[in-house]
Design a binder for this molecule. Structure first.
Ligand code: AHR
Length: 497
């Protein structure tokens, strides 16, 4: 059975927002400590920032980084992490029951973000704290001088404001695991009031309200509607989080995880637009998919069942080639919704369910999932095109029959480059016919393919490049058509100029 894909520049979905290629640094496990920050490491700079990790972050093509949590933020005092390091308190973080030295904080993160070339997405604590602390944090970060918090920043050696544009109003506030979790109404009221105060400090910032922490929360959709009814005029985005566990479902459903993400996004868009209609507003609320990834969540030990530790190795999942295909497919789903999903943050960046891993004192290396992210971030520019794919189907336990081949395309009007991203989610090879007749004069460019004979293999510190993409010979276009063979469980980026 063949698959067939037809493209036409006339059918556009929306612009590729470069904020889609974000990631996430949380004070959790070894993401910060011995991840991005390790004083004394041979590759650390004078501030203790690991330059080997910075190089990989730049190669990954990350555009934005959410910080400092996650669950961590809901019991965090940002003031603990600024000022002379010797004066900073050592705290017990209640989210992960870990010891937090506060040796790394806001100003260290902002220096790291500058070196990494990423936009910060800053979260405020709405779990144990409220309006005043959130507004003062915006003041500390964004006002030039002449007020207590701005002058405190200057006293801390940062003369120029950080000018942080994008802010999260708390994290997963519906989750019973969250410190200070709330009902939708409680959270909606607090988020509206905090957001209002934060925008009084700096009216140019953009705010993200918490959606449900996952699609299968019993309160899903009702939560979104109530929160938006309370916050609609104050916020710019609604967040969604979506993780996929290879071990808690049948294998075919896992390989088709993007079907779930497609539906999740569509449901939230419908809910946001329902509130818009109900409130009779013009503005549309876009979505921030600010935590997503493959996560072997069934292996996770709840914080209550762990001892209190300093920098424990938490959720350092080892990824396979199958996981990389799924990550590539989730990026395809995000691009397909580029008209409404305009912020993304893969969770997380280093060590914690991450594309980049480090050994304390040792090397940094790329996991399998690094590759589809890096190539998609590099190639997806311009406009996302609506792709008509005809594909054989495969049975899945969760979603019934689903297309085996999934794809999306982007057209960069500046360079003329057309990029097609495609996956084969099935266990048989599938020929894919590309119909590009609507693009006269197009020439084949590069075909990057991630496929392994055994898709269960992954990379390790000892074999960091076992799974990596290969460049294939692109077939010539014959009258605007070409056929490529997609091996089982594979991810592809095909570019044309
Ligand atoms: O990314 C790990 C955790 O997953 C985050 O702290 C939390 O927001 C989510 O539940």
């Amino acid at each position: 059975d063949k698959a067939r894909l037809t493209l036409d520049p006339a059918f556009a979905i929306g612009a590729v927002d470069r904020r889609l290629f974000g990631s996430f640094v949380e004070h959790m496990g070894r993401c910060v400590y011995t991840g991005i920050f390790e004083p004394g490491h041979p590759a650390a700079d004078t501030d203790g920032l690991r330059t080997d990790v910075l190089e990989l972050v730049r190669e990954l093509g990350v555009t934005l980084v959410r910080y400092p949590g996650g669950n961590f933020v809901s019991n965090y005092r940002w003031e603990d992490g600024v000022g002379p390091v010797g004066d900073r308190p050592r705290r017990l973080d209640l989210a992960w029951r870990s010891l937090e030295s506060n040796a790394f904080g806001l100003n260290e993160f902002m220096r790291w973000a500058e070196l990494a070339g990423v936009e910060p997405m800053m979260a405020v604590n709405l779990g144990t704290r409220g309006i005043v602390e959130a507004a003062e944090l915006v003041e500390y970060c964004n006002l030039p001088d002449g007020t207590a918090a701005a002058d405190l920043r200057r006293k801390h050696g940062v003369a120029r404001p950080h000018d942080i544009r994008l802010w999260c109003l708390g994290n997963e506030m519906d989750g019973p695991w969250q410190i200070g979790s709330m009902t939708a109404l409680e959270y909606g009221r607090l988020a509206a009031r905090a957001g209002h105060a934060m925008k009084r400090v700096d009216p140019t910032i953009q705010l993200v309200a918490c959606g449900s922490s996952k699609a299968d929360m019993p309160t899903f959709a009702g939560w979104e509607a109530t929160v938006l009814e309370q916050t609609y005029d104050h916020v710019d985005y609604l967040s969604l989080h979506s993780y996929y566990d290879p071990e808690s479902q049948d294998e075919a459903s896992f390989r088709a995880a993007a079907v779930n993400l497609d539906g999740f996004i569509d449901d939230i868009v419908a809910t946001a637009d329902h509130v818009r209609a109900k409130l009779r507003r013009q503005k549309r609320i876009n979505l921030a998919l600010d935590e997503w990834n493959v996560w072997y969540q069934s292996r996770f030990t709840e914080p209550e069942d762990r001892p209190i530790e300093d920098t424990p190795a938490l959720i350092e999942d080892d990824y396979t080639a199958t996981d990389a295909m799924v990550v590539g497919n989730l990026l395809i789903s995000m691009l397909r919704h580029a008209d409404r999903v305009t912020v993304g943050a893969q969770a997380q960046l280093v060590n914690i369910i991450a594309p980049i891993r480090t050994t304390p004192g040792g090397p940094a290396w790329r996991q399998t999932i690094f590759h589809p992210f890096a190539h998609t971030a590099r190639l997806a520019h311009g406009t996302v095109l609506r792709v008509a794919v005809q594909s054989p189907t495969m049975p899945t336990g969760r979603y019934g029959e689903v297309p085996v081949v999934d794809a999306v395309a982007t057209l960069d009007e500046r360079t003329g480059r057309l990029a097609v991203f495609a996956v084969n989610r099935g266990t048989e090879a599938v020929p894919l016919d590309l119909d590009l007749r609507a693009f006269p004069g197009l020439r084949p460019g590069q075909w990057i393919r991630l496929a392994e004979d055994d898709p269960s293999i992954g990379n390790t510190a000892a074999a960091p490049d076992r799974v990596r993409p290969r460049t294939e010979e692109m077939p010539a276009l014959d009258g605007g058509r070409a056929t490529v063979l997609l091996p089982p469980v594979s991810w592809h980026a095909l570019s044309f100029t």
